[in-house]
Design a protein around this ligand. Structure first.
Ligand code: SMO
Length: 764
């Protein structure tokens, strides 16, 4: 089947996107709509002495202006915190409330202070500038180490010492003892740099209120309309969630950042009810830098023990992580529940323990970013193993092969309590090395052009999937059109294509007949979980399969009647029902026309994650004069269990690698340590990677089917961003090793590399 599962079926959504006919939130307009602007904190830490909206309210065109006291008076609650844990030593972590508009104090630059709505955007901006504001500035702490230091400025009264959460995993003493008994201990301290998520489409929200029905509608770019409704509405408005319909149309990038609720989504709903007219808010790029949740931002010290043969004995990690100046929905999730369990990577390590302190800091809240903790874990272990190989005088691939969990050990439960169901890491690594011509690198290293060349290998594994349900409904109309309702949300990945492909194959129909609908809480779905953690094809694909089976089941009953044969004699294949032992048959679509339509519902639950894994091999050339790095070759071989569409998959891997190399080479969120002002607040200062920073990628798979979901697949959305940073940094360190450089912290900008080379040359 030319469009069947496994085929490189071209993306069905691209015509719409590349011809400008996508329909994003900002493309939606409503009669009588008004424009909202958020007044934001111009300082990173301070006491609000005065917030006077009087002048702003008198400005031309202004319809309303609200501050925190107005929200309080109307009983609007704070944003919810979804992940709340106990401290390692006991006692619940504090959850200081995060109101939609800051009360009394501001704790990060760009924190919302007031919401102004006017007839035009220009009027709202003018009025926002007329807000009278006095903030008494306080000293700041913009990273976790500074925030946890003695005498650091205190952000929240509820969190003494700025400690958001103290988290441990594993037996710290046992790991320490195992390290002490090791033949060799390799130590590494590294930074995982803070990243601005940089979605192509900045955030947005349009609020509508129907007074007669007493019902709200929110149009907003998100990673799942149901998810946002569940987390946002009840906590804020205290109303049952049926009172809110959330619509998410086309979305230009989410990457975890749009999985969480934001103040502005509540503000437009609040203002819409106050004014009785639609209120829209669209983030500018500058606001996105200040107010989107950001990713990563932690500092780790890790020690890996080896025995005399090079076998790993123990791993101990101590991490300081930033939460930012407010707790986002999953604020503490990435450095605790998500990253540390994956610390051992693909290796047999008998004792693994992690100690994490998450701190409040005077900058944007931290939350999920493509991989959400697993990239941090992979970066750490893969840098550490590379350093161990160098110190032990072993080849990096040989040391990895020696320690990899073997296929015959599957399922394997790590000392961190994670069970890998399947995988053949050594074989996939070998395939990656072969594809990259690893063995041929020595001949490529010296080319007489003065460049310092290096090759880097990283073998990542990650855990996908937030446990839970996903529903799907397949409606075959009497007109032969097929509608698939699903609750996952594409933010550009190409879900429509893959779903169409899967359903077309299952039903034996032409793909053109199928339309995919998602992003509306009014859809008739039994459940909906949204798109996070590379879960869409496992969860949504599972739901689709069940819904397809259900519609075929209904068809079989109807076919039995139409063909005058017992139901158990009806076979379905290639789009038609046939009565066994006869020549009678009826097509699925013909049957739908006859019966006035067929509907099938699937509700799929998956509580176990999948473990995609693979080898990334990167080759770089460092200019010894300028420190500029050219990525010359990049090769990946992944294990995704089973490939649904190699084109869509390659797109995911390409984007992931770009984000991973971006973090490792050019991207860095910088806040001034003295003032908390953002020094990287635009794309002039923040180095998003450009096309010419990246080579063509060679991507391939060597799949080992996943045993814990019916499709046998492993989630692929985040994988590229997880393998890339360690492969890239390992390559650069390989290039610079002759100078005696053993580690460099991301991002490896020309300035940073040049400084390191200068220091090394000076020391030599
Ligand atoms: S970083 Mo993702 O959307 O779980």
């Amino acid at each position: 089947m030319k469009f069947g599962v496994g085929q490189p079926f071209r993306r069905v959504e691209d015509l719409r996107f590349i011809t400008g006919s996508g329909r994003f939130t900002d493309d939606h307009h409503f009669d009588g709509e008004a424009h909202g602007v958020v007044v934001r904190a111009p300082v990173a830490h301070g006491v609000i002495r005065r917030l006077d909206l009087g002048t702003a309210r008198e400005m031309p065109g202004v319809l309303g202006a609200w501050g925190p006291a107005d929200l309080d008076a109307d009983g609007i609650g704070p944003l919810p915190v979804v992940v709340v844990l106990d401290h390692a030593g006991g006692g619940r972590m504090p959850t200081p409330p995060r109101p939609l508009l800051a009360k009394d104090k501001v704790r990060h630059l760009g924190e919302p202070l007031a919401f102004i709505v006017a007839g035009t955007l220009a009027q709202a901006i003018d009025a926002a500038e007329a807000v009278e504001l006095e903030i008494e500035e306080l000293p700041v702490a913009v990273d976790a180490a500074a925030a946890l230091a003695e005498g650091a400025p205190q952000l929240f009264e509820e969190a003494p010492g700025n400690l958001a959460l103290h988290f441990t995993l594993g037996d710290l003493d046992a790991a320490e003892a195992a390290l002490a008994a090791s033949h060799r201990v390799v130590e590494l301290e590294l930074v995982n740099n803070r990243i601005v998520v940089s979605s192509m489409e900045p955030r947005n929200a349009i609020g509508l209120y129907d007074g007669e029905a007493d019902r709200f509608t929110l149009v907003t770019g998100s990673q799942g309309s149901h998810m946002i409704r569940g987390w946002l509405f009840q906590p804020l408005f205290g109303l049952p969630e049926e009172k809110l319909r959330v619509i998410t149309p086309d979305v230009g990038g989410g990457f975890g950042m749009k999985a969480v609720p934001y103040p502005e989504q509540g503000l437009v709903l609040y203002a819409a009810r106050k004014l009785g007219r639609p209120v829209r808010w669209q983030s500018s790029r500058s606001e996105a830098f200040l107010s989107d949740t950001q990713g990563r931002d932690n500092l780790s010290r890790a020690r890996l023990g080896l025995d005399a043969e090079g076998r790993f004995t123990a791993l101990k990690v101590e991490t300081l992580a930033s939460a930012g100046g407010a707790l986002s929905a999953f604020g503490v999730y990435c450095p605790t529940l998500s990253g540390p369990p994956m610390a051992p990577g693909v290796y047999r390590i008998p004792k693994v323990a992690t100690d994490v302190r998450v701190a409040y800091t005077n900058n944007a809240p931290i939350d999920a970013y493509r991989g959400a903790g697993r990239p941090e874990a992979a970066y750490l272990i893969e840098r550490l193993v590379d350093k161990a190989a160098r110190e032990a005088g072993l080849a990096p691939d040989a040391l990895r092969a020696l320690n990899m969990i073997a296929p015959e050990d599957m399922p394997h439960t790590t000392d961190t309590g994670v069970t890998y169901d399947s995988g053949d890491f050594a074989a996939v690594m070998r395939a990656g090395l072969d594809a990259a011509d690893w063995a041929g690198f020595p001949a490529r290293r010296e080319r007489g052009d003065g460049k310092l060349r290096g090759i880097g290998l990283a073998y990542y594994i990650e855990r996908t999937g937030v446990p839970g349900k996903e529903g799907a409904v397949v409606e075959i109309g009497a007109d032969g059109r097929i509608l698939l309702h699903i609750g996952t949300q594409s933010t550009g990945q190409g879900h429509e294509t893959t779903y169409v492909q899967m359903l077309a194959e299952q039903l034996g129909v032409e793909p053109e007949l199928i339309t995919v609908k998602s992003g509306d809480t009014d859809q008739p779905l039994p459940s909906a979980g949204g798109t996070v953690a590379s879960r869409t094809m496992v969860h949504g694909g599972g739901a689709l399969k069940l819904a397809g089976e259900a519609v075929i089941g209904k068809g079989r009953a109807a076919a039995a009647e139409a063909l005058e044969a017992p139901e158990d004699a009806i076979r379905f294949d290639d789009g038609a029902f046939r009565a066994e032992g006869t020549n009678r048959a009826i097509g699925l679509l013909e049957l739908a026309a006859k019966t006035g339509g067929l509907t099938g519902v699937g509700d799929f639950e998956q509580m176990i994650g999948t473990f995609p894994n693979g080898a990334h091999v990167c080759e770089v050339a460092v200019d010894p004069e300028t420190g500029r790095i050219a990525v010359e070759r990049y090769t990946v071989v992944d294990d995704f269990g089973r490939v649904l569409n190699p084109l869509v998959l390659a797109g995911q891997i390409h984007g992931g690698i770009a984000q991973g190399i971006g973090q490792a080479m050019t991207e860095n969120t910088v806040y001034d340590a003295d003032t908390g002002q953002m020094l990287s607040g635009s794309f002039m200062d923040y180095g998003l990677p450009r096309a010419d920073d990246l080579p063509f990628f060679s991507v391939g798979t060597r799949n080992v089917p996943c045993t814990t979901n019916p499709l046998g697949i492993k989630g692929a959305g985040e994988a590229g961003a997880i393998g890339a940073p360690p492969a890239f940094v390992n390559a650069v360190v390989d290039a610079l090793a002759p100078l005696g450089i053993a580690h460099l912290d991301m991002p490896l900008t020309p300035a940073r590399v040049w400084e390191a080379m200068e220091a090394a040359r000076g020391a030599a």
